[in-house]
Write a protein that binds this ligand. Structure first.
Ligand SMILES: [Zn+2]
Ligand SMILES: [Zn+2]
Length: 121
């Protein structure tokens, strides 16, 4: 693959500088949020771990259906950025609804819930 040379103008260099500075700023701001958890209340209400709540996720804008990993009930999403589980399964398992991991990102967690479909008689 061959790409064309980029234009080199004062404007293009200014804009590259701005973009890079902005990327660094955004990442530092994000790091601060991950540290301080300023929206903890909203985050827990949305049943998300810090990573899934504060990282802005991009997804294609296509209506997507995916079953909850626990109860297997189909969930509807307005983009391809789907979540692992439904809200009630996430809440009862103390899990992040989006990634399906521990909501407090506890790496040492011992007790993990069984999928509802497995534990049902
Ligand atoms: Zn579920
Ligand atoms: Zn998560």
């Amino acid at each position: 693959m061959q790409k064309k040379a980029r234009p080199m103008t004062e404007q293009s260099m200014r804009s590259a500088t701005w973009m890079s500075a902005r990327r660094v700023q955004d990442l530092l701001k994000l790091a601060q949020k991950l540290q301080d958890d300023p929206q903890q209340e909203q985050r827990l209400a949305a049943q998300r771990c810090k990573a899934c709540f504060y990282f802005t996720a991009m997804g294609g804008a296509a209506m997507t259906t995916q079953p909850c990993m626990s109860c297997g009930v189909d969930q509807q999403y307005s983009s391809t950025n789907t979540s692992a589980m439904c809200a009630s399964c996430a809440e009862s398992g103390n899990l992040c609804r989006h990634c399906g991991g521990d909501i407090g990102m506890d790496m040492g967690r011992q007790a993990w819930p069984k999928a509802y479909s497995e534990s049902a008689p």
